[in-house]
Design a binder for this molecule. Sequence first.
Ligand code: AMP
Ligand code: GLY
Length: 425
Amino acid sequence: MRILIVGSGGREHALAWKLRQSPLVKDIFIAPGNGGTALEGTNVPISDGDLPALVRFALDEKIDLVVPGPELPLVLGIKDAMVAAGVPCFGPDAYGAQLEGSKAFAKEVMRAAGVPTAAFGVFDNADAARAYIRQNGAPVVVKADGLAAGKGVVVARTVDEALEAVDDMMVRRAFGDAGDRVVVESALAGEEASFLCLCDGETVLPLPSAQDHKAVFDNDQGPNTGGMGAYSPAPVLPESRYGEMIDLVIRPVLRELIKRGHPFTGVLYAGLMMTAEGPMVLEFNTRFGDPECQPLLMRLDGDLAAIMVAGAQGRLHETTLPLKRETALGVVMAAKGYPGNYAKGMTISGIEDAEALGPVKVFQAGTEQRDGASVSRGGRVLCVTALGDTLADAQALAYKAVAKVRMDNAHYRSDIGAKGLKRGA
Ligand code: AMP
Ligand code: GLY
């Protein structure tokens, strides 16, 4: 098989690394890829949103399976475009990708499907949004409807802060078109968990639970990032509850989308808040999470290429997801300053030393290869991921590996996994 992975993050490095292990796979191309994917396959200089060029490449290179990593190509309709060209693609169509691409759409589907989620209003008009906020009070959450690279959500502690967020999004248009419509919803309290399932329209194969760490500093302080680390399983969502989660939040959505003529294929990722009143959906993503993907794929024992081909063909019921029992934990090494302005061009060394410590894999994100060395070019640079018998073991090994990696101006959180350990995992 010849596979085309679309994207350039740590998630795409993990996908390339795992897919390359499949005996079915002969060649892997990554568009546009990074310094890590270059070690697993061939990087192709096509951006993740350039659908015509991606389709042309897939046809010219006789690609057997396209694996989109990030949300942008999915929302733009890469699945529809590839299928029209006769190329199998593991991901949802543009209609299904609206679950991530439009928060108002996701809320409307959840309401129709009876999925538990925070009470909300959808507003195209700033005055109406302000009135709703004044009427309902704080804390309250204001979300730009469209894609905003993880930055379009403000959890406001006061009414003033929420009104400011409305001005930012709808008047000053900080996120462009993405903020012309906002969702205002009640703030939920609890611990978060990521629950990702592979879907082929009907069949659901759950991946084990994971937990992301969105804030840039320890103890969840500072601004939100794309994710500073993740581990799996997350004790806040134990395996004994996966069935309940599927029935509560995954199956109802799949049924609703079948009813609408758009069966959902690909990864359906529920961002959950485990509240005192039960699990509630904060958001849906329609792809693997980054960095959740890195620890999750380290635990996967099966043939990811075979699973994804089966998924793209509606045959997931013929496959299984064999998993390692160990815990996997990934620590993101970022450039100091991220998610604001950050330094670039740092040379990275010590990756081999880190990987020699045991079951460790250093996934690369914002890097490129220059004269045989990995050099940083992005905010999230690496995700140092380790396996351990327990969460404490995985955490200890991951941080031992982090200490082996040398990069100037590195910043990482030192408490990845702490919430799980507090639960006595
Ligand atoms: P989202 O992109 O919708 O997942 O939001 C990003 C982050 O904002 C989530 O991971 C939560 O930490 C937080 N968040 C979103 N919605 C809510 C909510 N209703 N209550 C509390 N926190 C929220
Ligand atoms: N780690 C959260 C996300 O990928 O959206």
